[in-house]
Design a protein. Structure first.
Length: 420
Protein backbone atom coordinates (compact mmCIF):
# COMPACT_ATOMS: atom_id res chain seq x y z
CA UNK A 1 0.00 0.00 0.00
CA UNK A 2 1.55 3.22 -1.11
CA UNK A 3 1.36 6.29 0.90
CA UNK A 4 0.89 9.64 -0.69
CA UNK A 5 1.54 13.06 0.57
CA UNK A 6 -1.39 15.31 1.10
CA UNK A 7 -0.76 18.72 -0.31
CA UNK A 8 -1.37 21.54 2.10
CA UNK A 9 -3.95 24.02 0.94
CA UNK A 10 -2.26 27.11 -0.27
CA UNK A 11 -2.96 30.25 1.67
CA UNK A 12 -5.39 32.62 0.08
CA UNK A 13 -3.63 35.54 -1.52
CA UNK A 14 -3.78 38.64 0.57
CA UNK A 15 -5.66 41.52 -0.86
CA UNK A 16 -3.55 44.50 -1.54
CA UNK A 17 -4.51 47.19 0.92
CA UNK A 18 -5.14 50.72 -0.16
CA UNK A 19 -1.89 52.60 -0.26
CA UNK A 20 -1.51 55.61 1.96
CA UNK A 21 -0.43 58.83 0.35
CA UNK A 22 3.13 59.73 1.24
CA UNK A 23 4.37 63.30 1.49
CA UNK A 24 6.11 63.25 -1.93
CA UNK A 25 2.85 62.16 -3.55
CA UNK A 26 0.85 64.76 -1.65
CA UNK A 27 3.26 67.51 -2.74
CA UNK A 28 3.11 66.26 -6.32
CA UNK A 29 -0.71 66.36 -6.28
CA UNK A 30 -0.68 69.88 -4.83
CA UNK A 31 1.79 71.03 -7.50
CA UNK A 32 -0.35 69.49 -10.26
CA UNK A 33 -3.42 71.22 -8.82
CA UNK A 34 -1.66 74.60 -8.85
CA UNK A 35 -0.60 74.12 -12.48
CA UNK A 36 -4.17 73.16 -13.42
CA UNK A 37 -5.63 76.21 -11.65
CA UNK A 38 -3.09 78.49 -13.30
CA UNK A 39 -3.89 77.04 -16.72
CA UNK A 40 -7.62 77.59 -16.19
CA UNK A 41 -7.01 81.18 -15.05
CA UNK A 42 -4.88 82.01 -18.10
CA UNK A 43 -7.28 80.40 -20.61
CA UNK A 44 -10.47 81.81 -19.06
CA UNK A 45 -9.10 85.25 -18.17
CA UNK A 46 -10.69 84.98 -14.71
CA UNK A 47 -7.71 86.59 -12.93
CA UNK A 48 -9.58 86.73 -9.63
CA UNK A 49 -9.60 82.94 -9.44
CA UNK A 50 -6.43 82.81 -7.31
CA UNK A 51 -6.18 86.44 -6.18
CA UNK A 52 -5.25 87.51 -2.65
CA UNK A 53 -8.83 88.61 -1.99
CA UNK A 54 -10.26 85.33 -3.26
CA UNK A 55 -8.00 83.20 -1.05
CA UNK A 56 -8.54 85.44 1.97
CA UNK A 57 -12.31 85.25 1.48
CA UNK A 58 -12.20 81.49 0.95
CA UNK A 59 -10.26 81.02 4.19
CA UNK A 60 -12.78 83.07 6.12
CA UNK A 61 -15.69 81.12 4.64
CA UNK A 62 -13.96 77.76 5.24
CA UNK A 63 -13.39 78.24 8.99
CA UNK A 64 -17.04 77.83 10.15
CA UNK A 65 -17.44 74.79 7.88
CA UNK A 66 -14.18 73.30 9.19
CA UNK A 67 -15.22 73.81 12.83
CA UNK A 68 -18.56 72.10 12.19
CA UNK A 69 -16.77 69.27 10.37
CA UNK A 70 -14.24 68.93 13.19
CA UNK A 71 -17.10 68.77 15.67
CA UNK A 72 -18.73 66.01 13.64
CA UNK A 73 -15.43 64.13 13.57
CA UNK A 74 -15.11 64.15 17.38
CA UNK A 75 -18.67 62.93 17.84
CA UNK A 76 -18.66 60.24 15.18
CA UNK A 77 -15.24 58.90 16.14
CA UNK A 78 -16.90 58.10 19.49
CA UNK A 79 -19.85 56.44 17.73
CA UNK A 80 -22.48 59.21 17.92
CA UNK A 81 -23.88 60.59 14.66
CA UNK A 82 -24.30 64.35 15.00
CA UNK A 83 -26.83 65.73 12.54
CA UNK A 84 -27.44 68.50 15.11
CA UNK A 85 -24.30 70.43 14.11
CA UNK A 86 -26.41 73.04 12.33
CA UNK A 87 -28.43 73.74 15.46
CA UNK A 88 -25.29 73.89 17.60
CA UNK A 89 -23.84 76.43 15.15
CA UNK A 90 -27.04 78.47 15.47
CA UNK A 91 -26.61 78.50 19.25
CA UNK A 92 -22.99 79.59 18.77
CA UNK A 93 -23.97 82.50 16.52
CA UNK A 94 -26.61 83.77 18.95
CA UNK A 95 -24.73 83.36 22.23
CA UNK A 96 -21.51 84.63 20.66
CA UNK A 97 -23.22 87.80 19.46
CA UNK A 98 -25.18 88.29 22.70
CA UNK A 99 -22.03 88.21 24.82
CA UNK A 100 -19.83 89.83 22.18
CA UNK A 101 -21.63 93.15 21.84
CA UNK A 102 -21.82 93.55 25.63
CA UNK A 103 -18.45 92.31 26.91
CA UNK A 104 -16.21 92.15 23.87
CA UNK A 105 -15.54 89.71 21.00
CA UNK A 106 -13.33 87.24 22.85
CA UNK A 107 -15.93 86.85 25.59
CA UNK A 108 -18.41 86.29 22.79
CA UNK A 109 -16.24 83.50 21.39
CA UNK A 110 -16.09 81.72 24.75
CA UNK A 111 -19.85 82.08 25.34
CA UNK A 112 -20.54 80.95 21.77
CA UNK A 113 -18.50 77.79 22.42
CA UNK A 114 -20.47 77.20 25.62
CA UNK A 115 -23.75 77.70 23.75
CA UNK A 116 -22.79 75.04 21.21
CA UNK A 117 -21.53 72.75 23.99
CA UNK A 118 -24.94 72.96 25.69
CA UNK A 119 -26.49 71.72 22.44
CA UNK A 120 -23.92 68.92 22.38
CA UNK A 121 -24.72 67.99 25.98
CA UNK A 122 -28.42 67.78 25.14
CA UNK A 123 -27.64 65.54 22.15
CA UNK A 124 -25.47 63.31 24.37
CA UNK A 125 -28.20 62.95 27.00
CA UNK A 126 -30.78 62.01 24.39
CA UNK A 127 -28.63 59.59 22.39
CA UNK A 128 -26.20 58.11 24.93
CA UNK A 129 -28.28 57.95 28.10
CA UNK A 130 -31.75 57.43 26.61
CA UNK A 131 -30.55 55.67 23.43
CA UNK A 132 -32.82 57.67 21.12
CA UNK A 133 -32.12 57.43 17.38
CA UNK A 134 -29.22 59.79 16.60
CA UNK A 135 -30.79 61.24 13.47
CA UNK A 136 -34.07 62.02 15.24
CA UNK A 137 -32.21 63.71 18.09
CA UNK A 138 -30.07 65.79 15.73
CA UNK A 139 -33.04 67.01 13.70
CA UNK A 140 -34.89 67.89 16.91
CA UNK A 141 -31.93 69.94 18.16
CA UNK A 142 -31.75 71.81 14.85
CA UNK A 143 -35.42 72.75 15.11
CA UNK A 144 -35.22 73.63 18.80
CA UNK A 145 -32.13 75.81 18.32
CA UNK A 146 -33.82 77.93 15.65
CA UNK A 147 -36.98 78.41 17.72
CA UNK A 148 -35.06 79.06 20.94
CA UNK A 149 -32.82 81.74 19.43
CA UNK A 150 -35.78 83.44 17.78
CA UNK A 151 -37.53 83.55 21.16
CA UNK A 152 -34.45 84.97 22.90
CA UNK A 153 -33.94 87.61 20.21
CA UNK A 154 -37.41 89.02 20.81
CA UNK A 155 -36.62 90.24 24.31
CA UNK A 156 -32.85 90.81 24.11
CA UNK A 157 -31.71 92.17 20.75
CA UNK A 158 -35.08 93.82 20.10
CA UNK A 159 -34.60 96.01 23.17
CA UNK A 160 -30.91 96.74 22.61
CA UNK A 161 -29.73 99.87 20.84
CA UNK A 162 -28.95 99.08 17.21
CA UNK A 163 -30.61 95.66 17.36
CA UNK A 164 -33.91 94.12 16.29
CA UNK A 165 -35.79 90.87 16.70
CA UNK A 166 -33.78 89.40 13.82
CA UNK A 167 -30.30 90.82 14.38
CA UNK A 168 -27.94 91.94 17.14
CA UNK A 169 -26.14 95.23 17.64
CA UNK A 170 -22.73 95.61 16.01
CA UNK A 171 -19.89 93.60 17.64
CA UNK A 172 -16.35 94.98 17.97
CA UNK A 173 -13.96 93.18 15.59
CA UNK A 174 -11.23 90.76 16.61
CA UNK A 175 -7.73 91.92 15.71
CA UNK A 176 -6.49 90.72 12.34
CA UNK A 177 -2.92 90.39 11.16
CA UNK A 178 -1.30 91.59 7.95
CA UNK A 179 2.44 91.01 7.55
CA UNK A 180 3.72 94.37 6.24
CA UNK A 181 6.02 94.25 3.25
CA UNK A 182 5.43 90.58 2.50
CA UNK A 183 1.69 91.10 1.95
CA UNK A 184 2.23 94.04 -0.43
CA UNK A 185 4.98 92.25 -2.34
CA UNK A 186 2.86 89.13 -2.84
CA UNK A 187 -0.11 91.22 -3.95
CA UNK A 188 2.02 93.06 -6.51
CA UNK A 189 3.36 89.75 -7.78
CA UNK A 190 -0.14 88.31 -8.04
CA UNK A 191 -1.37 91.33 -10.04
CA UNK A 192 1.24 90.66 -12.76
CA UNK A 193 -0.81 87.58 -13.75
CA UNK A 194 2.21 85.43 -14.57
CA UNK A 195 1.61 81.74 -15.12
CA UNK A 196 1.88 79.76 -11.86
CA UNK A 197 4.10 82.34 -10.08
CA UNK A 198 1.25 84.84 -9.66
CA UNK A 199 -1.09 82.06 -8.54
CA UNK A 200 1.31 80.91 -5.82
CA UNK A 201 1.77 84.55 -4.77
CA UNK A 202 -2.01 85.02 -4.57
CA UNK A 203 -2.46 81.94 -2.40
CA UNK A 204 0.37 82.88 -0.03
CA UNK A 205 -0.79 86.50 0.04
CA UNK A 206 -4.27 85.43 1.12
CA UNK A 207 -2.71 83.65 4.10
CA UNK A 208 -0.85 86.74 5.36
CA UNK A 209 -3.38 89.50 4.63
CA UNK A 210 -6.14 90.48 7.10
CA UNK A 211 -5.84 87.15 8.93
CA UNK A 212 -8.03 87.12 12.03
CA UNK A 213 -6.49 85.82 15.25
CA UNK A 214 -9.51 83.57 15.64
CA UNK A 215 -8.75 82.05 12.23
CA UNK A 216 -5.30 81.09 13.52
CA UNK A 217 -6.83 79.54 16.66
CA UNK A 218 -9.34 77.58 14.56
CA UNK A 219 -6.61 76.34 12.18
CA UNK A 220 -4.49 75.10 15.10
CA UNK A 221 -7.43 73.04 16.39
CA UNK A 222 -7.18 70.75 13.34
CA UNK A 223 -3.65 69.36 14.01
CA UNK A 224 -4.44 69.45 17.74
CA UNK A 225 -7.41 67.15 17.13
CA UNK A 226 -5.24 64.78 15.11
CA UNK A 227 -2.65 64.63 17.89
CA UNK A 228 -5.21 64.12 20.67
CA UNK A 229 -7.25 61.44 18.90
CA UNK A 230 -4.40 59.53 17.22
CA UNK A 231 -1.39 60.04 19.46
CA UNK A 232 -2.73 59.84 23.03
CA UNK A 233 -4.22 57.10 25.20
CA UNK A 234 -7.30 59.28 25.68
CA UNK A 235 -7.82 59.43 21.93
CA UNK A 236 -7.35 55.68 21.56
CA UNK A 237 -10.04 55.02 24.16
CA UNK A 238 -12.40 57.53 22.57
CA UNK A 239 -11.99 56.03 19.08
CA UNK A 240 -12.45 52.53 20.46
CA UNK A 241 -15.92 53.60 21.59
CA UNK A 242 -16.78 54.34 17.97
CA UNK A 243 -15.29 51.12 16.62
CA UNK A 244 -16.31 48.50 19.20
CA UNK A 245 -17.81 49.88 22.44
CA UNK A 246 -18.48 46.39 23.85
CA UNK A 247 -14.82 45.42 23.54
CA UNK A 248 -13.77 48.81 24.92
CA UNK A 249 -15.98 48.33 27.97
CA UNK A 250 -14.61 44.86 28.56
CA UNK A 251 -11.15 46.46 28.79
CA UNK A 252 -12.30 48.92 31.44
CA UNK A 253 -13.15 51.94 29.28
CA UNK A 254 -16.06 54.02 30.57
CA UNK A 255 -17.84 54.23 27.21
CA UNK A 256 -20.57 56.62 28.38
CA UNK A 257 -18.00 59.07 29.71
CA UNK A 258 -16.01 59.17 26.48
CA UNK A 259 -19.14 59.50 24.35
CA UNK A 260 -20.31 62.41 26.50
CA UNK A 261 -16.93 64.14 26.26
CA UNK A 262 -16.80 63.69 22.49
CA UNK A 263 -20.32 65.00 21.83
CA UNK A 264 -19.92 68.00 24.16
CA UNK A 265 -16.60 68.87 22.47
CA UNK A 266 -18.37 68.42 19.15
CA UNK A 267 -21.02 70.94 20.14
CA UNK A 268 -18.38 73.36 21.42
CA UNK A 269 -16.50 73.25 18.11
CA UNK A 270 -19.71 73.81 16.15
CA UNK A 271 -20.48 76.69 18.53
CA UNK A 272 -17.04 78.14 17.76
CA UNK A 273 -17.89 77.99 14.06
CA UNK A 274 -21.14 79.82 14.76
CA UNK A 275 -19.41 82.46 16.88
CA UNK A 276 -16.91 82.97 14.05
CA UNK A 277 -19.78 83.69 11.68
CA UNK A 278 -21.38 86.34 13.87
CA UNK A 279 -18.21 87.95 15.28
CA UNK A 280 -15.57 87.68 12.52
CA UNK A 281 -17.39 87.08 9.24
CA UNK A 282 -20.17 89.64 9.62
CA UNK A 283 -19.68 91.43 12.97
CA UNK A 284 -23.36 90.97 13.70
CA UNK A 285 -25.86 88.21 14.45
CA UNK A 286 -28.56 87.72 11.81
CA UNK A 287 -31.34 85.19 11.88
CA UNK A 288 -30.57 82.24 9.60
CA UNK A 289 -26.96 83.27 8.97
CA UNK A 290 -25.57 79.72 9.30
CA UNK A 291 -27.12 78.95 5.90
CA UNK A 292 -26.74 75.19 6.19
CA UNK A 293 -23.00 75.31 6.99
CA UNK A 294 -23.48 72.69 9.69
CA UNK A 295 -24.66 70.22 7.05
CA UNK A 296 -21.83 71.21 4.69
CA UNK A 297 -19.39 70.68 7.57
CA UNK A 298 -20.81 67.20 7.99
CA UNK A 299 -20.29 66.63 4.25
CA UNK A 300 -16.69 67.87 4.56
CA UNK A 301 -16.08 65.38 7.36
CA UNK A 302 -17.47 62.52 5.26
CA UNK A 303 -15.42 63.64 2.25
CA UNK A 304 -12.34 63.61 4.49
CA UNK A 305 -13.06 60.01 5.53
CA UNK A 306 -13.43 60.95 9.21
CA UNK A 307 -9.86 62.30 9.31
CA UNK A 308 -8.86 65.89 10.29
CA UNK A 309 -6.66 66.52 7.24
CA UNK A 310 -9.22 65.28 4.73
CA UNK A 311 -11.96 67.23 6.50
CA UNK A 312 -9.86 70.44 6.30
CA UNK A 313 -9.36 69.84 2.57
CA UNK A 314 -13.11 69.42 2.07
CA UNK A 315 -13.91 72.56 4.06
CA UNK A 316 -11.34 74.51 2.01
CA UNK A 317 -12.95 73.28 -1.20
CA UNK A 318 -16.43 74.37 -0.13
CA UNK A 319 -15.14 77.69 1.22
CA UNK A 320 -13.30 78.35 -2.05
CA UNK A 321 -16.42 77.64 -4.12
CA UNK A 322 -18.51 79.89 -1.87
CA UNK A 323 -15.95 82.67 -2.21
CA UNK A 324 -16.05 82.35 -6.02
CA UNK A 325 -19.74 83.11 -5.83
CA UNK A 326 -19.13 86.30 -3.85
CA UNK A 327 -16.12 87.56 -5.83
CA UNK A 328 -16.60 87.82 -9.57
CA UNK A 329 -19.79 85.77 -9.45
CA UNK A 330 -20.75 84.46 -12.88
CA UNK A 331 -17.27 84.96 -14.43
CA UNK A 332 -15.48 82.92 -11.78
CA UNK A 333 -18.07 80.14 -11.71
CA UNK A 334 -17.98 80.06 -15.52
CA UNK A 335 -14.21 79.46 -15.32
CA UNK A 336 -14.95 76.67 -12.86
CA UNK A 337 -16.72 74.80 -15.69
CA UNK A 338 -13.41 74.54 -17.53
CA UNK A 339 -11.69 73.30 -14.37
CA UNK A 340 -14.34 70.62 -13.84
CA UNK A 341 -14.04 69.53 -17.49
CA UNK A 342 -10.26 69.11 -17.17
CA UNK A 343 -10.62 67.20 -13.90
CA UNK A 344 -13.09 64.85 -15.57
CA UNK A 345 -10.58 64.22 -18.38
CA UNK A 346 -8.00 63.25 -15.76
CA UNK A 347 -10.58 61.04 -14.03
CA UNK A 348 -11.43 59.33 -17.34
CA UNK A 349 -7.76 58.62 -18.07
CA UNK A 350 -7.28 57.22 -14.57
CA UNK A 351 -10.29 54.93 -14.94
CA UNK A 352 -8.95 53.74 -18.30
CA UNK A 353 -5.64 52.91 -16.62
CA UNK A 354 -7.57 50.88 -14.03
CA UNK A 355 -9.53 49.20 -16.88
CA UNK A 356 -12.88 50.52 -15.66
CA UNK A 357 -14.13 51.32 -19.13
CA UNK A 358 -17.76 52.14 -18.28
CA UNK A 359 -16.80 54.68 -15.60
CA UNK A 360 -14.17 56.13 -17.95
CA UNK A 361 -16.76 56.55 -20.70
CA UNK A 362 -19.20 58.28 -18.33
CA UNK A 363 -16.46 60.64 -17.11
CA UNK A 364 -15.46 61.43 -20.68
CA UNK A 365 -19.09 62.11 -21.61
CA UNK A 366 -19.56 64.54 -18.75
CA UNK A 367 -16.23 66.16 -19.57
CA UNK A 368 -17.35 66.80 -23.16
CA UNK A 369 -20.61 68.29 -21.88
CA UNK A 370 -18.76 70.70 -19.57
CA UNK A 371 -16.36 71.69 -22.36
CA UNK A 372 -19.32 72.48 -24.63
CA UNK A 373 -21.06 74.41 -21.87
CA UNK A 374 -17.93 76.48 -21.29
CA UNK A 375 -17.07 77.27 -24.92
CA UNK A 376 -20.65 77.92 -26.06
CA UNK A 377 -21.51 80.36 -23.25
CA UNK A 378 -20.01 83.53 -21.81
CA UNK A 379 -21.50 83.22 -18.32
CA UNK A 380 -23.64 80.90 -16.23
CA UNK A 381 -27.15 81.63 -14.94
CA UNK A 382 -27.31 83.47 -11.62
CA UNK A 383 -29.25 80.57 -10.10
CA UNK A 384 -26.32 78.24 -10.84
CA UNK A 385 -23.89 80.74 -9.28
CA UNK A 386 -25.89 80.73 -6.04
CA UNK A 387 -26.15 76.95 -6.02
CA UNK A 388 -22.47 76.30 -6.89
CA UNK A 389 -21.28 75.52 -3.30
CA UNK A 390 -24.11 73.04 -2.75
CA UNK A 391 -23.67 71.39 -6.15
CA UNK A 392 -19.97 71.04 -5.34
CA UNK A 393 -20.91 69.34 -2.07
CA UNK A 394 -23.07 66.77 -3.86
CA UNK A 395 -20.50 66.09 -6.60
CA UNK A 396 -17.64 65.63 -4.15
CA UNK A 397 -19.63 63.23 -1.97
CA UNK A 398 -20.77 61.26 -5.02
CA UNK A 399 -17.22 60.89 -6.36
CA UNK A 400 -15.63 60.00 -3.01
CA UNK A 401 -18.34 57.70 -1.64
CA UNK A 402 -16.65 54.47 -2.76
CA UNK A 403 -13.49 55.07 -0.70
CA UNK A 404 -15.11 55.93 2.64
CA UNK A 405 -14.96 53.94 5.87
CA UNK A 406 -16.92 55.27 8.80
CA UNK A 407 -16.31 54.08 12.38
CA UNK A 408 -17.86 50.60 12.64
CA UNK A 409 -20.16 51.39 15.58
CA UNK A 410 -21.12 54.88 14.41
CA UNK A 411 -24.81 55.44 15.13
CA UNK A 412 -25.39 51.97 16.55
CA UNK A 413 -27.27 51.62 19.86
CA UNK A 414 -25.22 50.77 22.93
CA UNK A 415 -26.27 49.93 26.48
CA UNK A 416 -23.95 50.14 29.45
CA UNK A 417 -22.94 46.70 30.71
CA UNK A 418 -22.95 44.92 27.33
CA UNK A 419 -19.23 44.24 27.64
CA UNK A 420 -19.47 42.48 30.99
Amino acid sequence: MSTGTVAKPSAAPKKAGRRKLTWPWILLIVAAGLVLFSLVRVVSGADDLTSVGQISGALQLAVPIAMAGLGGLWSERAGVVNIGLEGMMVLGTWFGAWAGYQWGPWTGVVVGILGGAIGGLLHAIITVTFNVNHIVSGVAINILAVGFTQYLSNFTFDKAEGGSSKQSPRIDPITDITIPGLSDWLMDLQQKHWFLISDIAGILGGLVTHLSLLTIVAALLIPATWWILWRTAFGLRLRSCGENPVAAESLGVNVYKYKYIAVVVSGGLAGLGGAFLSIVSTGIYQEGQTGGRGYIGLAAMIFGNWMPGGMALGASLFGFTDSLKLRGGAENVHALLLLVALLLVIAALWQLYKKKYVVAAVSAGFSAAFFLWYFLTDEVPSQFVDAAPYITTLLVLALSAQRLRMPKADGLPYRKGEGK
